[in-house]
Design a protein around this ligand. Structure first.
Ligand code: ATP
Length: 293
């Protein structure tokens, strides 16, 4: 067990490599997770889903290894032990639309080996309550809103009170109100657990995460705290009336002025950096494609 400045390391991966279609979608990925919520940021195709699938033991890596919660998923007993304490919310949860919320979560609970019917049903009711869906548990999934469906998927991941939660873009496609609500649930779910949350929303990371990992082209480009990622943009964000042609990226803000990131010219009107600025510069500094502006 390793103890760092911020906490106890619960997941430790080294040299994870995964090939798909002749290319390395994960290329020598080493990382560590601690109890609490870690955000996984990266552009489309960076390898986030692939990494989550490996850590959720859905696919084995071609090379490298990891341990999670003291289990070694490289062995059959270790894999089984980890799966018993793992909750995974995949990008496409694969609902059967005619199932009710209760029936879907109950089905997942059966897969998770909760064989005693009464105890299982109690657990299903508990997790549906935890995600504020007790009132609609008898409704068919096809009749639920997108936000509610995401909460059904979170409830399924929470069955059995797992110690490790792997959440693949759970806030994607949610309206701002539902996103805030979902963030609340993730904060609650993160208490006393290790959570790895992939997202395209830098605000998710700023609001929820105590650590952040940036992945691009299958490689880890940053691993640290949100404050450290933000600090990467210190002195590298400035305002100008027109887009600065020397900027790595620049965009018009609500005030009409441009926000530029990169290497500012002499005497530039420097701005307080955000986590998004630090993220964009991290991608750009590594030659990865920054989010289109
Ligand atoms: N089975 C596969 N065959 C071929 N290529 C694949 C396969 N699975 C993934 N890839 C490729 O691997 C790369 C990483 O995909 P992955 O879904 O892990 O990225 P991501 O960061 O989750 O992307 P997004 O943010 O768009 O969900 C992509 O270029 C993808 O096209």
């Amino acid at each position: 067990m390793t103890v760092t400045d911020t906490g106890i390391v619960t997941v430790s991966a080294s040299g994870l490599t995964l090939h798909r279609g002749g290319t390395a979608v994960l290329d020598d990925v080493s990382l560590r997770l601690e109890e609490g919520i870690t955000g996984l940021l990266g552009p489309n195709g960076a390898g986030k889903t692939s990494l989550l699938r490996v850590l959720a033991t859905a696919v084995p890596a071609d090379r490298g290894a990891f341990t999670a919660l003291g289990h070694d998923p490289g062995t059959a007993p270790g894999r089984l032990a980890l799966r018993r304490t793992l909750g995974y919310l995949p990008q496409n949860p694969g609902f059967h639309p005619d199932f009710t919320a209760f029936a879907f979560v109950d089905y997942v609970a059966i897969l998770k080996e909760l064989t005693d019917r009464a105890a299982r049903h109690r657990e299903v009711r508990r997790v549906l309550e935890e995600v504020d869906l007790a009132d609609v548990r008898g409704k068919r999934i096809k009749r639920l809103s997108g936000g509610m469906r995401q909460r059904v998927a979170l409830a399924a991941a929470l069955v059995g009170d797992p110690r490790l939660l792997v959440l693949d873009e759970p806030t994607a496609g949610l309206d701002p109100e539902q996103r805030m609500r979902f963030r609340d649930l993730i904060t609650r779910a993160g208490q006393g657990r290790t959570v790895l949350l992939s997202t395209h929303q830098t605000e998710d990371v700023a609001m929820l995460c105590h650590r952040v990992i940036v992945l691009a082209h299958g490689r880890v480009r940053f691993e640290g705290t949100p404050a450290e990622l933000t600090a990467r943009a210190a002195g590298r964000v400035w305002s100008s009336p027109e887009r600065d042609p020397g900027a790595r990226a620049g965009w018009r803000t609500a005030t009409g002025a441009f926000r530029n990131v990169g290497d500012p010219p002499e005497g530039a009107d420097l701005l307080e950096p955000t986590l998004e600025d630090g993220y964009l510069l991290t991608l750009d500094d590594n030659g990865a494609e920054a989010t289109a502006r």
